[in-house]
Structures are given as C-alpha cells and as structure tokens.
Design a protein around this ligand. Sequence first.
Ligand code: NAI
Length: 462
Amino acid sequence: MADYDVIVIGGGPGGYVCAIRCAQLGLKTACVEGRETLGGTCLNVGCIPSKALLHATHSLHEAEHNFATMGLKGKSPSVDWKQMLSYKDDVIGQNTKGIEFLFKKNKVDWLKGWGSIPAAGQVKVGEELHNAKNIVIATGSEASSLPGIEVDEKIVVTSTGALELPKIPKSMVVIGAGVIGLEMGSVYARLGSEVTVVEYLDHITPGMDAEISRSLQKLLKKQGLNFVLGAAVQGVEPLKTKAKVGYKLRKDDSEATLDADVVLVATGRKPFTDGLGLQALGVELLPRGQIKTDGHWATNLPGVYAIGDAIEGPMLAHKAEDEGMAVAEVIAGKSGHVNYGVIPGVIYTHPEVASVGKTEEQLKEEGRAYKAGKFSFMGNARAKAVFAGDGFVKILADKETDRILGAHIIGPAAGDLIHEICVAMEFGASAQDLALTCHAHPTYSEAVREAALACGDGAIHA
Ligand code: NAI
C-alpha cells in the first residue's frame, strides 16, 4: 500500500497550495521541502520580502516628499537599515509560520529535506523512501545569470542577495529592466543609492503594453532611476569592493563601462529541477529546460505531474497556485482548469503596474479590430487627494462586440484594481457591463469604470 495518495515536491506557492487542496479533497498528502521554512522563493526571498522593503521605502518617500504638504511637519525619518531588514524578516516569519499552521490544520505531512524521484511512485527524502500514488513536481525556479558573470551574493547579487545587503550601496547597477530589476531598483533609489538600469531591449518591461511601459519609465526616471537602454551587458569584472559592468550599445556597437558598489543581475529565471533525477527517469523537458506537461499537468511519466515555474508559462506565484489547485482536482478525479488567458501580471513599483489579457501590440499583430478606452488618474478625486494622480487605466475591447480583451493600469493600487477586470473577463463581459456597474465614490476603482465608459459614449471626468 502506498504511504501517500500524493507527494508534492516543493513547498512554494504552487506546491503548498497544491498540498492543501489535495488534503481538502480527501487525499493523504505530504509535501517535501528542503528549506528550513515553507513558502519557497516567493515567501522567503522573493515576492513577500520585496513587498516589505517596497512598503518601508515608499513610506520614507511619502515622509520626505508629501508630509509637509499635508501639514505634517518635523524632521523626515532617518533610515535604520538593520531595523528595516529585521522588519522584513519578521514579515517573512509570520507568513512561513502561517503555512506550517495550515499544513497542520489540513493534516499535510511536511517531509523535511530535498526530494528526488528514484522511480515513478517513489520519492526519496534524505535516506527515507516514500511511496506515493501520485507525485507533483513544484520545484520552482532559480535566477539565471549571464555567461561570464559570477554571482557572489555580496557585490554581484541576484534578488536573494539584494534583499539582505549588509549596507545601503552608494551606487547600484541593475542588469535587466524586468520586474525584479525595477522593483529592487526602486527600493534602493528611494534609499538614496544611485541606480542605473542597463537593459538589452530599447524599452523596459518586456512584453508589457508599450504605452504603459513608456509611462512607467518616465515616472521611474522622475524618481531618480537612470536607464541605459539597447545595451547588451557583456560581463562584470569584480574589483575589490566594487564591480565594473561592461556593456555594448546595440545601435553602434560602442562599448562602455559602469562602476557600482553592487550589481544586481535580474536577467530572468530558469526552472529548478536539479537533483530530482528527471534525466534518469526519462522525463521529457522542453528546449528551455521546463518539464513538458499535457493539458492536465501530467508529465510523460505516469502518475508524475508538474506545475509552476518548473513548467511552461509566466513565472508567477499566482499562476503556480492556480495550477496547484487545478492539478489537485485532476488527481482527485475532478476537472481542474486554469484560464491562461486571464492571468494578471503586477509590478509593485510606485505607481503600481498591472495588466491582464492582450496588449495593444498583440491585438494589432493579430489584426483584430479593437477600441481603447482610457482614463487618467488625474481625473480621479481620490487619487488626487493622496498624491497618486500619475498614471491611467486602459481597457481594450472588441470593436464589434465590446467584449473586454485586455486591460492595463498604471496607478494607485493597480495590482488590486486589475481583478475587477479579471472577473469581468472570466464572465466574458463587455466594457459596457463594467461601465454600467455602480462604483463607490470616491475610490480608485472609479477610474476603471471611467475607462470602460470611454470605450462607449465617453468618460465623465475626462
Ligand atoms: P524578466 O524576464 O522580467 O526581465 C529580464 C530583463 O533582462 C529583460 O528585460 C531582458 O531583456 C534583460 N536582459 C537579459 N539579458 C541582458 C543583457 N545581457 N544585458 C542587458 N539586459 C539583459 O526577469 P526578472 O526581472 O529577472 O524576473 C524573473 C521572473 O520572476 C520573471 O518571470 C518575473 O515575472 C518573476 N517575478 C515576478 C514578480 C511580480 O510578479 N511582481 C516579481 C519578481 C519576479
């Protein structure tokens, strides 16, 4: 008899959510995790700690820039970096312990250690062998550096090192203007570091709606971030207490260097499947190293499934969570489903950026007739009251049917506002459906409604 109905390998957002759902569906479940705490990259060295630092440094920005205007006088706070890091660690602790509690509550066994799969139906953790009817691989991803760049997590760091630098650097070069580069670059720029972001493409935030991307770059520039675009980083030379970043401008092949106290390598992530024994098992991989799965997250090995960053698709915690819940349902004999067309993406800079569905560029490429309804937060009373008038909402709808095809927001609470549009898209709603829905005044969400109105007869406050 098998020890478990399901063993999930990996305790990040994909794995722990999958394990909890399996247990809730009546399956005897264990989750293998080798870190000392549950929660994976996201809770320990990713989404959650970065949000704590973003919040702390944004509060500093508010004190320095807006308090006096609001009649809050006195000295701006000074930064106690050690205390800020300990606040961040406390936030991590609260969250990781929370998952431990949820495991106990749902009777999920935590098998502590790094797991491997010696054969289908078996998981080895340390010296112990466990039998499982089903195995779910949820081992996530790791930072992928560039060839010739050695990461020491002290001077040349990934996001992990950037979350625990011993002191605030005077200067920082960020390689890559993606999500990690801009979020962590914002943190250090607000703390007074001279931040320069070097990006290969001619624009920041690859894949994002171009209008939003341009607007974000302008606002980040105003906040003090420097950008070198169209520049391919060739290498990083370690100096004693600094590093030298060498890059080549793509337009004319001219070469230049930048010195910095800290270099953050944020050039993407790759699936982490080391040590699982996949090659020996003959598990099929895709050319870029992801585990190949079918529409039900099954690998080519019977009884072995894979989800999250280890498989194809956007490397996002919430995408992994959705797949975790869905594969649990599949294993339990139900019909798990993920709508990949409605997965929001959020960048937690200030202002936030959020998007779902198609960009204007994608719609143009598809030759689809669409209309765009836009509304600026300058016309939103609530946003103006709290110094958050920068940014806008853009809703893209089918020209004929008015069905919402995508939405892109830059502005206050964009990461929360986007979900109204996600729900609308799940229900196949039209822009008019949103426009006819009463929105409380005064809220940021009125800007979403106004953008929906702009898809029809026009916004009121524009
Ligand atoms: P990314 O893929 O978002 O951005 C990497 C950037 O590096 C690209 O713009 C690329 O053009 C640039 N680049 C690559 N090679 C370069 C070179 N030689 N010289 C200059 N630029 C170069 O990757 P990032 O920011 O490291 O994030 C990794 C993953 O983690 C992403 O999939 C992201 O979605 C996820 N993530 C999501 C967050 C969120 O949802 N808020 C937060 C942090 C990470």
